[in-house]
Write a protein that binds this ligand. Structure first.
Ligand code: HEM
Length: 246
């Protein structure tokens, strides 16, 4: 049996990431619903009139409802992350602000948020890195040095993974650089905000942007990410672009 690197990335991330964040849930039991919801997420963001969704996206709506309901089985699954535990406690401590239904919806939002961008990011990382022999060599070498190897067959492997520290991970500077470089090449986030009070933003070219309350602000970093004045060959993958070379 074979599958593409998108599916490989999904397999690498979906279950481990969900368990690391949400604790002992059963991610595989909601995977079908996650996939269905994920595949039409852009349409949910389009805010069509509700009858359009009921008429044309009934199966996606049902998948979303099942996902929302799945979080109500257990308030605090064992081994949930601090982030998820504190967040859930906040919801439960304020029933006057959040209904159970809303809690389920917000959990689904975080669940999607934790996977929806990360799975494609893993795909692009594999896509670029595996095609660049020098990148593979440099990254492999630092992983061998800083992150002790273990076998997935080995019962003690969990303990070894727990031994990996953030410092060790941060020592893998080529891996870090390659991931940032890939986000530079393929990431197109658009961050939108409403200005709450009069603000001045100094631009690099000396101009000042004067923002008034209630004005909409949209930041689109991809403009700089692909600017030839900053990155001479903007569309070329340079795996060590962001590595601090001593
Ligand atoms: C490479 C992977 C990821 C990318 C490219 C990405 C990208 C983004 C972007 C562009 C935003 C909008 C920022 C804004 O409007 O201010 C965002 C928001 C958010 N992301 Fe991610 N994300 C990734 C992974 C994750 C993961 C792993 C988690 C959770 C564990 C996560 C949780 C969130 C949350 C909670 C928000 C909303 C923040 C807020 O509105 O205050 N993201 N992400």
């Amino acid at each position: 049996m074979s599958s593409g690197i998108l599916e490989l990335g999904r397999r690498m991330l979906y279950e481990p990431s969900s368990i690391a964040l949400f604790g002992e849930i059963d991610p595989l039991s909601i995977e079908g619903d996650f996939r269905r919801f994920d595949s039409k997420l852009h349409l949910f963001a389009a805010t069509f009139p509700s009858w359009i969704y009921s008429l044309f996206f009934r199966r996606e709506l049902e998948a979303r409802t099942r996902l929302n309901d799945s979080w109500l089985n257990k308030r605090h699954p064992t081994h949930e992350s601090d982030f998820i535990r504190d967040r859930a406690s906040f919801f439960f401590d304020h029933p006057e602000w959040f209904s159970k239904k809303e809690f389920g919806g917000y959990q689904t939002a975080i669940f999607w948020g934790s996977l929806g961008n990360s799975i494609p990011a893993v795909f692009w990382c594999l896509y670029y890195i595996l095609q660049d022999v020098k990148a593979v060599e440099a990254i492999q070498q630092e992983i061998d040095i800083y992150l002790p190897a273990f076998s997935l067959e080995d019962d003690a492997s969990d303990l070894l993974v727990e031994d990996w520290t953030l410092d060790q991970l941060a020592s893998c500077i080529y891996l870090d650089s390659a991931v940032n470089e890939i986000l530079r090449l393929v990431g197109t986030p658009m961050v939108m905000r409403k200005c709450s009070r009069e603000t001045q933003i100094g631009l690099q070219d000396g101009r000042t942007l004067n923002l008034k309350p209630n004005e909409d602000v949209s930041l689109f970093p991809a403009v700089a990410q692909l600017d030839a004045d900053i990155f001479p060959e903007p569309t070329k993958f340079v795996f060590d672009q962001f590595a601090q070379k001593c």
